[in-house]
Design a protein around this ligand. Structure first.
Ligand code: ATP
Length: 579
């Protein structure tokens, strides 16, 4: 029974914060069960009175009152159980949502977006089935069973022993079914997660799918995942089918056994008809909780895959965001960013940065160049503290970055990524994303800086125009400038730009270079440069080669001193650099 215990333990862990509502539900269940159990006792008195030729009106009245009270208590239990179940699912969803948004970057690298979404959505839905169906039945079943068994033991221990033997035999069949269900459940939930991840992959790149005429292939591939989920679920249904005969064996088998033995004892004169009737009534009461308990074990096992995947997601490592108590203030005379002998690799023993050392002066304009894969974006990721260096130190404003919380550190940096992600919503939502309380004046300032004022004036709803998912209602250049405006609105000390002119025409590019020159009056710029015009706009150039700083200086100095830079500048061997 270890497998079942594992599933139950998972459910208990996830429901740990809901002790209050669960206790209340159990208390209500006890009341309902006690009322139900009192009925046969009163019924026995009424029958015994009838046997003696009397009509026990008080007993009949009590029967009616007990019946009404039990019906009311059962309705309350049902409502309270459902409410508790919903509360548990909400609690798990809130924890998952918050946890997934705060995962460490390597955890995001290892898990697919669709799969993580499916854990929050489909798996918590499956957990609701466990809680609403399995958990609730388990509570009512266990309480009802315990009380009925206690009364049966008091009434007739021998008959109870016969019932227990039959139930144990049925439990063995149930055990086989539960073990099979547990494995099939995890396989089914995993396949459903993969299906969601594959579907998310295809739908988020639907233009590539269509352009590659890959609809049929994607459909087949994603359909394959759906098929794997189907196979696992059908297998689970096969094991679930065993639960019905096991329950039948336990319930009907013990009922028949009691009838046979009890009937024989009444015929032999060793027991009264009233005792047998009461015992059979308890048997009727036993069948409900017993069936519910067997069913609940089955439902819990069917949900173990979901519970396992939810717990797995909740165990993924989170970003720490604690600031040491005594963080020294940034020093105004220090470089805004400094890398000191920084080593870093995404995987052990495969360093991407190999002792990178450089500084970005306050209000400096620095270009970072190097071949594709040299580690330029990795430097940005470390500057933002998405990852921590394996060795070496990163300083922001002359203070080690670890002296501040990640959140406070990131507040001083604006990041414009290569693919400029734009969020679904209006232009205003996007611009205010990092500074929700910025006044309209700030919005107009950054729009002017990024040459977007005319675009906003042209749009039907101005700043309140929706941009579509991933900003698909904007052109590539507009998306890029919108992303720059969004980063500038927080007035960062350092702006990280990944080739900001990649999607601009010549006129916009010149305008942007003027903007960038103006920005250096407010903050420092570290720009990954693929275009030579971007390199020339910078005051200082850092050349990265296989994770090492190969050279650094002004364009003129590097042209004189660095053959590698000359090669890059002449565009002979550097793919991304365009003159
Ligand atoms: P490009 O100019 O093509 O954007 P880059 O200089 O910015 O390239 P990086 O993106 O920093 O290069 O990548 C450096 C190396 O690290 C590459 O070999 C890349 O495959 C690897 N890499 C980048 N991101 C990850 C990641 N999240 N997990 C594992 N490896 C990664």
């Amino acid at each position: 029974m270890r497998a079942e215990a594992g599933g139950l333990r998972g459910v208990l862990r996830l429901t740990a914060g809901h002790r209050g509502p669960i206790t209340m539900t159990v208390a209500l269940t006890l009341v309902a069960a006690a009322l139900g159990l009192a009925l046969p006792l009163v019924a026995r008195d009424v029958i015994e009175a009838a046997g003696a030729g009397r009509t026990a009106w008080r007993g009949v009245g009590m029967l009616v009152a007990l019946f009404a009270a039990q019906a009311l208590a059962q309705a309350l239990v049902r409502y309270q159980l459902a409410r508790t179940g919903e509360g548990i699912v909400l609690g798990v969803r809130l924890s998952l949502i918050d946890h997934l948004l705060r995962l460490r970057m390597p955890a995001h690298d290892r898990h697919r977006v669709g799969d993580l979404i499916s854990r929050t959505d489909a798996d918590t839905f499956a957990l609701r089935q466990v809680v609403a169906g399995g958990f609730t039945d388990a509570v009512t079943g266990t309480v009802g069973l315990a009380a009925t068994v206690a009364l049966m033991a008091w009434l007739d221990p021998v008959l109870l022993a016969c019932v227990a033997a039959v139930v144990l035999a049925a439990g063995a069949v149930l055990g086989i079914a539960l073990r099979g269900m547990r494995a099939a459940s995890l396989r089914g939930r995993r396949a459903a997660g993969e299906m969601a991840a594959d579907l998310e992959r295809a739908l988020s790149a639907i233009r590539t799918v269509k352009a590659g005429r890959a609809e049929a292939r994607e459909s087949e591939r994603i359909g394959g995942r759906a098929g794997a989920a189907y196979t696992a679920n059908v297998r689970m249904a096969g094991f679930d089918a065993l639960v019905a005969p096991a329950t039948e064996l336990a319930v009907t088998g013990s009922f028949l056994l009691v009838l046979l033995i009890g009937g024989a004892r009444v015929a032999g004169g060793t027991a009264s008809v009233a005792d047998l009737v009461a015992f059979l009534l308890y048997m009727l009461y036993l069948t409900g909780p017993l069936g519910a308990l067997f069913e609940s074990l089955s439902v819990v096992q069917q949900g173990t895959g979901a519970v396992h995947r939810i717990e797995e997601a909740l165990a993924l490592p989170r970003e720490d965001d604690e600031a040491p108590a005594t963080a020294p203030p940034p020093r105004a005379d220090s470089p805004v960013l400094e890398f000191r002998d920084v080593w870093f690799g995404y995987r052990a023993a495969r360093p991407v940065l190999r002792g990178a050392t450089f500084t970005v002066p306050r209000h400096g304009h620095v270009a970072l160049i190097g071949r594709s894969g040299a580690g330029k974006s990795t430097i940005f990721a470390l500057a933002e503290r998405f990852y921590d260096p394996d060795r070496g130190e990163i300083l922001f404003g002359g203070v080690p970055v670890t002296a501040s919380s990640r959140s406070r550190h990131r507040a001083g940096i604006g990041l414009v990524e290569q693919d400029c992600p734009i969020l679904d919503g209006t232009l205003r939502d996007n611009l205010l994303y990092a500074a929700p309380d910025a006044p309209d004046g700030e919005i107009h300032r950054v729009l002017a800086m990024t040459d977007l004022t005319a675009l906003v004036a042209r749009l039907p709803h101005g700043l309140d125009t929706r941009v579509g998912e991933h900003g698909r209602e904007l052109s590539g250049g507009e998306r890029q400038r919108m992303a720059i405006a969004r980063a500038l609105i927080t007035r960062p000390d350092l702006l990280l730009l990944d080739e900001p002119t990649a999607h601009l025409d010549l006129e916009s590019e010149l305008a942007l270079h003027r903007t960038l020159a103006e920005i250096t009056g407010h903050c420092a710029l570290l720009v990954i440069a693929h275009r030579f015009s971007t390199v020339r706009a910078a005051a200082h150039v850092i050349v990265l080669d296989e994770g090492r700083i190969a050279a650094s200086g002004t364009h003129e100095e590097l042209m004189d001193t660095s053959p590698y830079y000359r090669t890059l500048a002449e565009g002979r061997s550097l793919g991304p650099v365009k003159q």
